[in-house]
Design a protein around this ligand. Structure first.
Ligand code: CU
Length: 512
């Protein structure tokens, strides 16, 4: 070899090695994840939030995880209703990022979704100016590479304090509980950075987490009224949240309070849905936090209650079921739309004929469509089922599995749909989850930037409403919503199962 070329080669290799060492050396040491801290902001404040790698011991092994400001969950950000704050976001990961503030009716430019913003590259940053119109519990999470980034720890709460001091009944303490799960195989987290696998059913985890922890513990005193802000941040798993031996007083949902508080034994939460529940214990002891599905009861952790004399005592208030007149008044102008003919109809289904053709030739696929392999009798797939469906899920990728939202009027699906809605003109949308598709399962349907009411399920008019941004549509179910298109811009609507979104189960709509 020519000596000169040899020299060039050595220099180039050296430079490449130096670049490799330089780029792969983290700017700071990867630290263990911290627990979430409360951050209190007021109108006009700016808060710096970064996403980056941390370590955490899970399933008996140190794992590389992701965190906002080093915390899992990210900081719980408290803001007064009506406040505008700036979240100075920095992407300290090696992946594209977007910060979506779920359920917040912010200006369109700060939605942190693909309709309004390009991905933030590694090292990039973006200032999100958010206005919190509604009281309630909201949350922030990635809106790109979500299949991978979110379950590793990128989720945090916004708690918007109501202007009206009597909006909720009184409580002694408030706790955010993020419910999620992680798939772990032989001690390793089984998620890929591109998130293109298992798009049929999604990644159900085998390790259940509350606030990113296995067997989470919360301490309480007898007579203390605890407010639990429960948020499902899983990719796909629905939770039926319960506290064994305790009645749950359900006071709020996605976007603020219900019209009236109710007693519940458990509360179903699909990915991204929220529930605000109050709970009080009169006897000391250990109370299990559970996910109660028809076939299994999973222990998620416990509330350890010791004897105490909590002052002030809100026990009397706790035992009453309050009505919220301001919520009822906010809904009243929409009631005349509840039983009108739907303006729009959507059908939810899946097409994986490509995968069937590729992998299933010998199996006589002609009858597969009628087999209804998927959701259990109640229309919800609580777990990834055993056997063939699990095998098919393992084989399914974004290339052949196409989850679809179809507009019945035009026959258009997903990104071919482009609705234009008039600002201030309520729209009734019927959503039908086709049980005859090759893999029927539940879909939590989320509209960005707006709020809606779930007015009927299978033709049954709903009572005791709450403003929502996500609705769980069970397999075979028809759900009617009345959307309040109050917030101008081009927005996304999609299934909130991360893998279904990844496979294209989304459309855009414009409010003007
Ligand atoms: Cu879906």
């Amino acid at each position: 070899m020519n000596k000169y070329l040899y020299f060039i080669g050595i220099v180039a290799a050296g430079a490449a090695l130096a670049a490799l060492v330089w780029t792969s050396t983290p700017s700071r040491q990867t630290l263990p994840a911290k627990e979430s801290e409360d951050v209190v902001l007021k109108d006009g404040d700016t808060y710096a939030l970064s996403a980056g790698y941390v370590t955490k011991v899970l399933a008996g092994k140190e794992q590389q995880m992701l965190a906002y400001n080093g915390m899992i969950p990210g900081p719980a950000i408290r803001v007064p209703q009506g406040a505008s704050v700036t979240i100075d976001f920095k992407n300290d990961t090696d992946l594209p990022a977007l910060l979506h503030s779920h359920g917040v009716r912010m200006d369109n430019a700060f939605d942190g979704a693909q309709t309004s913003q390009r991905d933030i590259p590694p090292g990039g940053s973006f200032a999100y100016k958010l206005t919190f119109t509604d009281a309630g519990v909201f949350w922030y999470h990635p809106h790109v590479a979500e299949v991978y980034e979110q379950p590793l720890g990128l989720y945090g709460a916004f708690i918007v304090e109501p202007n009206d001091a009597n909006y909720y009944p009184s409580a002694n303490s408030e706790h955010v509980l993020f419910l999620s799960d992680l798939p772990v195989t032989n001690g390793t987290i089984a998620l890929t950075k591109d998130g293109k696998d298992k798009v049929l059913m999604g990644h159900y985890g085998n390790v259940m987490l509350v606030n990113g922890q296995e067997q989470y513990t919360l301490n309480a005193k007898t007579g203390e009224v605890l407010r639990l802000d429960v948020i499902n941040s899983a990719n796909v798993r629905p939770f039926n949240f319960a506290v064994a031996g305790a009645k749950l007083k359900l006071i709020g949902g996605d976007n603020g309070a219900y019209e009236k508080a109710t007693w519940q034994n458990s509360v179903i939460l699909a990915p991204s849905e929220r529930a605000i529940v109050d709970v009080m214990f009169t006897k000391s002891g250990t109370y299990e936090i559970q996910n109660k599905t028809p076939n299994n009861t999973y222990s998620l952790g416990s509330i350890v209650v010791s004897d105490g004399n909590v002052q002030p005592s809100y026990a009397t208030q706790f035992n009453m079921l309050q009505s919220n007149a301001s919520v009822t008044q906010s809904i009243d102008p929409f009631r005349s739309y509840f039983d009108k003919t739907p303006d729009k109809k959507l059908v939810l289904s899946v097409d994986f004929s490509g995968m069937m053709a590729g992998h299933m030739q010998g199996m006589g696929t002609g009858g597969m469509g009628g087999m209804n392999m998927g959701a259990s009798d109640d229309g919800i797939e609580w777990d990834d089922s055993e056997g063939m469906m699990q095998m098919m899920n393992a084989m399914s990728t974004v290339d052949e599995t196409k989850w679809k939202i179809t507009d019945a009027a035009t026959g258009k699906s997903n990104m071919d749909i482009d609705w234009t809605l008039k600002q201030g003109q309520p729209v009734k949308v019927e959503i039908y989850n086709d049980p005859n598709s090759p893999h029927p399962m539940q879909h939590p349907i989320h509209f960005h930037g707006q709020r809606f009411l779930v007015v009927s399920r299978n033709g049954v008019l709903q009572t005791n409403l709450v403003w929502k941004d996500t609705v769980l549509v069970k397999s075979g179910e028809t759900v009617d919503i009345v959307l309040d298109p109050s917030n101008p811009g081009t927005w996304m609507a999609h299934c909130h199962i991360s893998e279904h979104l990844q496979s294209g189960m989304m459309f855009t709509y414009t409010v003007r």
